[in-house]
Design a binder for this molecule. Sequence first.
Ligand code: GLV
Ligand code: MN
Ligand code: MN
Length: 398
Amino acid sequence: MSIDPNRFLADLHKLREFGASGIGKGVVRPAYSPADIAARKWLAGRMGEAGLEPHFDPVGNLFGLAPGTSLLMGSHSDSQPEGGWLDGALGVIAALEIARSSDQPISVVSFQDEEGRFGVTTGSAVWSGGLPLEQADQLTDGSGITFGAARSAMAELSKGFVEPSRFRGFIEMHIEQGPALDAAGQQIGVVSDIVGIRDMSITFEGQQNHAGTTPMHLRRDAFQALSLFNARLNDRFRNVVTPQTVWTIGRVDLHPNASSIVPGRVRFSMQWRDGDGDRLIRMEEIIRATAQQVADELSMTLSYGPMLGLEPVAMDPILRAALELGAEQVSPENWRGMPSGALHDATNVARLMPVAMLFVPSIDGISHDFAEDTTEDDLIAGLCVLEHAVRALAGRSE
Ligand code: GLV
Ligand code: MN
Ligand code: MN
């Protein structure tokens, strides 16, 4: 039996119905939300129909297990708070299509909380042993809910952690989520390596006060502290970063967030990514020194949340070569090798087994937005590359 592109596209659209945003093709399906859990239950049913054994682990990672030793394929099905329909979902549904059409033993996975409602790729980080479960349980989302409390919503489904040694490798297909392939008119990216990341929250605490009566020179204004910190940091990073380095303050909780109150507290996320682990360390030193200096100058108290991070990883040469072979067959001279600036579950899985990744273009390079999309031709081309790669790998083991 060979792959069925129509069945693949139909399942991809079906998955989007869970948490469909109503705007474009967007979805709102954060980890452990009712839409996420409903989607996982539907996926478990589809895995069962494909002859796989559905298996939820204690953190809500969903595996569809083939008997014996198998190749693991998949990604994640949770979304950002405002997410696209393909980020993660594509890799899961493509894996399902390969598993049900291949004569090779293929298991499928949808990892939980890849999008970091609580941590950074939380579900695969716990499964891979990179993040102890007791530590993960203490992590909180933006509204203070703990990972431990959130995962209890799926507790009755859990059958325990899956033994990683039953898998001989992991292949994750994903949208690129950046502009490179689309801008070059290329159809496939074969990933060479995935950047490293650091992520923590920073809090400046000053003095909440009246916005009409408090003289400027007496204020301990938390927003001014954040503003100064941001400007200084951008300036100081200049001598350390490369054009590939990125850093983001993406969430800001300003307290009490009212126009007539000098804000007394600000808690914000600070995230930075680079392919060089030493540069990530140097950037952390600059962040901490700058925050301390701002706190001293503006009479703020300074505190940090837990520091989360993943190191840069290289893809496995054998799995990568199989994807390159497939890319050349499906899209001759219309593919490239490239690094990934987005984080993926493959980073964690690389602790346990060989991993590789495949990209298809994101239209206009948009992702983590309702507008995220990819042409059907490109989605199907990616699926075909996976099929070729699985065949090539089967040839190697015979
Ligand atoms: C994953 O979604 C990431 O933030 O790279
Ligand atoms: Mn993703
Ligand atoms: Mn994402």
